[in-house]
Design a protein around this ligand. Structure first.
Ligand code: IVH
Length: 691
């Protein structure tokens, strides 16, 4: 049972410490069950409750928020850059092959090098992510770093701590002691589901989708704000050890034993491994892994074959860049070759211009592909893709087909360069080059808000399930509404009549009625849905919810400054600037007024009270402070009002709920009396808060 903050105030520091230890242990146990063993032992709701109690305790007893607390996974201020760290032993790469034959040559080579030894091998999945190194000192994570150049990497400890499957503190193994200092190596990656969700969110907020899960994981680790990284839900697998400082012998002699030891310490290790005694068994293991790896919830691009005995590894040694005792076997990607017939430009809801490859239809992983994304102009230039080229396509992240390259040998000389348009292909309006919020890409955008392609996409977006959820408002209707000039912007939807709708092609009276009912119902949707539906650049559902939680009304949000917005959870400078730019555009202001007239809900009170669990005593009330109060300072009174859901304004108007007046109150008091606004003193205010 979670205790309220008020009750926590009556705890002694010892009681609080005891309770904190209990909760922290339970959270660690559930984290391990969920993130390491994939076996949740508690519902999400119960977990959230535990976590909130932990935070509540730390709010009252701030000394409890120590480095070991589960709360410290997501924290810390954004960095301005990453420091460099030197790895205790270098992180090397692996020799690669695509051929079974070369795998045979690799094992034979090692046998020649170690002629009198019986060699055995471990085959593991090669996870397609980013290599990282974690240093543990006295059982605690001290530094986490990228591979970098193998000798030095970036210190990304704060980002890595957000990965729930990463132990901040290791467990004591049953056998042997924990080394004083050691480094483990692993791969950070995004699970397929987390990747799909991230891309959907990015597309919904007008950002470019990541081409694959690896790029998404890499882009996430490069973020300077750990809170942003936490939202990406990265994962980690540890596949080996680097430096280790032990008293006496390390508690393992083989790789298989080392993996078991790492598991006992609380690390997530490869989910399947194959122990092979003979070279032929390695080939069977490679085939077996290829059969099952598609069912894994993350991308693998091959297998790693490793000599099992660590002592023999030492004798085999290294070349300048890779160990002699391991090799990566890569599976050929599912790719197809086809002709690029043309390039079209798709204009999205936020005006983003995406080049699309029009292809001669070809079969790839079971489906016929005739279009593939070319991402953006920079990508097109980098790959030197020309119309008429024979191109190679593959499925990126299992879903979106993408063009990966050109078969240069098949060029005939008749191929033509694609001229990226210098105006919007749909409305001929001017376009501008913009940066994505994470700074990883450049996108051309059409600046014309009335561009028919943008309008169509905005209608569709307005009606989609995540936004205003209006049945029947899909692509077909959007096209007709624009083509027949029935509606120019989303506010016009609320003026459409039944006969007007029923007159459109493929629209019977019944579906017209359903759509109108949907429109009516949409008038009472939560403010966050409206915000998301408005299609403001970079405002996805998460940002919209965060805004809905903070602001009581759309009008309050419209008045907020960049500085104010930046202070909110989930909102950085790029989003804050995008919001203020949108609200300062007169055309958007006019749209808001038309939506207000149509009767749409602009208030977030319902959502806020649902989220906070109860309506707050001053929700929807505005206060003006004047004069000096007997006990409270102006700042304290403001903080109390805001934390109870109220707002503080500087000038009195008819809309002011209360003027809180103290000694030597001035003209504000006179104005309140004139307008008939209620005036209260500090004791009445405190009573109001108490109620
Ligand atoms: S062992 C001395 N095991 O593949 C290097 N690497 O191409 C030992 N990788 O940089 C690496 N899964 O980031 C190893 N099970 C696995 C792996 C793995 C993915 C990555 C690793 C490495 C790259 C080499």
């Amino acid at each position: 049972m979670r205790m309220g903050v008020a009750i926590l105030n009556f705890m002694t520091p010892d009681e609080a410490q005891h309770r904190h230890n209990q909760i922290a242990d339970r959270i660690r146990m559930h984290d391990e069950a969920y993130y390491i063993h994939d076996r949740p032992t508690i519902s999400d709701q119960e977990y959230d409750q535990l976590y909130r109690e932990l935070l509540d305790l730390e709010k009252v007893f701030s000394n409890l928020a120590g480095i070991d607390s589960p709360s410290q996974r997501v924290g810390g201020a954004p960095l301005s850059s990453f420091d460099s760290v030197r790895h205790r032993t270098p992180l090397l790469s692996l020799d690669n092959t695509y051929s079974h034959n070369e795998v045979g040559q690799f094992t034979a080579r090692l046998q020649r090098l170690l002629p009198n030894e019986k060699l055995d091998w471990i085959v593991e999945p090669k996870v397609d992510g980013l290599a990282i190194n974690l240093r543990y000192e006295n059982g605690r994570l001290s530094v986490g770093a990228t591979r970098g150049d193998g000798v030095e990497g970036d210190n990304i400890t704060a980002n890595l701590k957000t990965i729930r499957g990463l132990p901040l503190q290791i467990k004591t193994p049953l056998h042997g002691s924990v080394p004083k200092c050691f480094e483990v190596r692993g791969e950070v990656f995004l699970r397929k589901k987390a990747f799909a969700k991230l891309n959907l969110d990015r597309l919904a907020s007008g950002e470019e989708a990541f081409a694959n899960a690896r790029n998404a994981a890499s882009g996430s680790l490069k973020q300077l704000d750990p809170r942003e990284v936490a939202k990406r839900h990265l994962d980690l697998i540890i596949y080996g050890l680097g430096f280790i400082e032990t008293e006496g012998e390390p508690p393992f002699r083989t790789h298989a034993e080392a993996l078991r030891w790492l598991t006992a310490l609380g690390f997530k290790t490869p989910e399947r491994t194959w122990a092979c005694q003979e070279p032929e068994e390695i080939i069977s293991a490679l085939n077996a892994l290829d059969q099952i790896r598609k069912s894994f919830d993350y991308e693998t691009d091959g297998a790693v074959i490793k000599l099992n005995h660590l002592g023999l590894r030492e004798r085999a040694g290294f070349t300048s860049k890779a160990p002699r005792w391991a090799m990566a076997y890569k599976y050929a990607e599912e790719k197809a070759e086809t002709k690029l017939i043309g390039i079209t430009i798709q204009v999205g809801r936020t005006g983003a211009l995406t080049p699309v490859a029009e292809l001669q239809p070809v079969l790839l992983s079971g489906s016929t592909i005739s279009r593939a994304t070319l991402h953006n102009e920079d990508e097109l230039r980098r790959k030197d893709i020309r119309i008429g080229d024979t191109v190679i396509i593959k499925k990126a992240g299992e879903v979106i087909p993408a063009v990966v390259g050109v078969v240069i040998e098949k060029r005939t000389g008749s191929e033509t360069l694609f001229e990226f348009p210098n105006a919007c292909p749909e409305c001929q309006g001017s376009i501008e080059r913009t940066q994505t919020p994470d700074g990883t890409g450049v996108v051309w955008r059409c600046k014309n808000l009335e561009c028919p392609a943008q309008v169509r996409a905005r209608f569709e977006h307005w009606c989609c399930r995540g936004a205003m959820d209006i049945e029947g408002g899909g692509e077909v209707l959007a096209k007709q509404l624009v083509a027949h000039q029935v509606a120019r912007d989303v506010s016009d939807l609320y003026q459409i009549s039944l006969p007007q709708l029923a007159g459109l092609e493929r629209m019977g009276e019944k579906s017209a009625g359903t759509f109108l009912e949907g429109l009516e119902a949409s008038k009472t949707r939560d403010l966050w849905r409206l915000l998301f539906a408005l299609g403001i650049l970079h405002v996805g559902t998460r940002t919209a919810k965060s805004l809905g939680l903070h602001f009581s009304t759309l009008d309050d949000l419209a008045l907020a400054s960049v500085e104010h917005l930046e202070k909110l959870d989930d909102i950085g400078t790029v989003i804050a600037e995008s919001l203020t730019k949108w609200f300062s555009d007169e055309r958007n202001q006019a749209l808001i007024e038309r939506l207000r007239l149509a009767g749409l809900n602009f208030s977030s009170e319902l959502f806020r009270s649902e989220i906070t669990g109860k309506a707050r005593p001053l929700d929807g009330m505005t206060f003006v402070l004047t004069g000096s109060l007997p006990t409270l300072t102006r700042e304290e009174a403001t903080a109390q009002i805001e934390s109870a859901g109220g707002k503080v304004n500087t000038s009195v108007s008819k809309k002011t709920t209360y003027v809180l007046a103290g000694k030597e109150a001035g003209s504000k008091l006179d104005k309140a009396q004139k307008l008939g606004v209620k005036i209260i003193d500090e004791p009445s205010f405190l009573k109001l808060m108490g109620e």
